[in-house]
Design a protein around this ligand. Structure first.
Ligand code: SF4
Ligand code: SF4
Length: 350
């Protein structure tokens, strides 16, 4: 906890963060607020023995980062929470659900514990050399293969290929306090063997992980950034649709990728903003291991996010398969990826 010691004392307990935390909105207890979590970490620092309540306080943070942008003292609570989770895991303290997640990912190489992947209407490339790689991520690979296939077909027009044995990027493990060394090593070796210099991902969690946890020599782009850069070359027709855009926390607040997805949407149809968007966009509730450990809480957050959707839109568009999953599970069927929207607009089809 040494690395967060300073932040623990920097918190002036003003409570500004209480008004924005999506978990606190559902749970109501101080221990489920950013300020409460900081107090919990302070008690650990002072030598308190962590019990179930401590784990619950730390493990219910989705790492959405809205408290970080709101904190007048410049504190980054989700960074602190992740550090504390790592410390606890080192001491063998975590929840059964997260332990199972760790075992699943380590055994199968993906966060869903699947044994093989198959994408409809497309044979997965087995390249020997490639400069650009599409990194689909577990959720797209195994739960939204149609979207993954469409994204690859779009990117393939620009010579983008993919890894033949893509492993989980490591995000679910790193965010919950575990190590992801083997997975990262395998992905990196494959990327380097192909001679690739750029990785393009359609998942917000993978984006943050590839950008922050992999070596900085890797150039990482999100699918919205890549598509926005190439709008004139995509040859798209206008669509008679009204859509809204959900900013994934790990693309928006974490990396300020706000304009690019909106540029792509506005190139093909009408965009109507959500009640809360951009920096103040509400979390879908799925990140930080919360969907795995606290499914009901996660879905309650997603349902609240759905209240921000403007009336009369045909689709909610987003750029993260985890957000798609959580928002759909919360009851809204028409949640699609930005690549799905572009695929509808491409003139000659995919
Ligand atoms: S807003 Fe910042 S300083 Fe204020 S209580 Fe929250 S974390 Fe502490
Ligand atoms: S990162 Fe999000 S969920 Fe976690 S404490 Fe901050 S506001 Fe709450």
């Amino acid at each position: 906890m040494k690395s967060i010691q300073r932040s623990l004392f920097q918190c002036v307990r003003c409570g500004t963060c209480r008004s924005v935390c999506p978990v606190l909105d559902e749970v109501g207890w101080e221990s489920a607020s950013p300020r409460g979590r900081i107090m919990v970490m302070k008690s650990l620092q002072d030598g308190d023995v962590p019990g179930r309540e401590v784990l619950e306080s730390l493990n219910t943070c989705t790492t959405c980062g809205i408290c970080t942008v709101s904190c007048p003292a410049g504190i980054d609570p989700p960074m602190m929470v992740q550090t504390a989770r790592r410390e606890l895991v080192k001491r063998g303290i975590t929840s059964i659900e997260l332990l199972e997640l760790n075992e699943n990912v380590s055994r199968s190489g993906n966060a869903l514990g699947e044994s093989s992947r198959s994408w409809p209407g497309i044979s997965l490339p087995q390249p020997e050399r490639a400069e650009y790689i599409y990194f689909a991520g577990c959720m797209a690979n195994y739960r939204y293969p149609e979207t993954a296939a469409r994204t690859l077909q779009l990117l393939n027009r620009f010579g983008v290929s993919m890894l033949s044995d893509e492993q989980c990027c490591g995000s679910p493990l790193l965010r919950t306090g575990f190590s992801a060394e083997n997975l990262m090593k395998s992905n990196l070796e494959q990327i380097e063997r192909l001679g690739a210099h750029t990785v393009i991902t359609g998942c917000a969690g993978c984006y943050t992980t590839l950008k922050k946890d992999y070596p900085p020599r890797l150039r990482v782009l999100s699918v919205p950034e890549f598509l926005a850069e190439n709008i004139p070359l995509l040859d798209m027709k206008p669509l008679d649709l009204k859509v809204t855009y959900h900013d994934p926390c790990h693309l928006g607040r974490a990396h300020r990728i706000y304009e690019q997805p909106r540029q792509v949407i506005e190139a093909v149809c009408q965009l109507r903003e959500m009640k809360e968007s951009l920096e103040l966009s509400r979390c879908c509730g799925g990140g930080g291991g919360v969907r795995v450990g606290y499914r009901d809480l996660s879905l309650r957050m997603a349902r609240r996010r759905l209240q921000d959707v403007p009336t009369g839109v045909d689709y909610i568009v987003t750029s993260c398969p985890m957000c798609i999953r959580n928002l759909r599970d919360a009851g809204r069927e028409k949640v699609i990826d930005l690549a799905d929207l572009v695929a509808m607009a491409v003139k000659e089809g995919l």
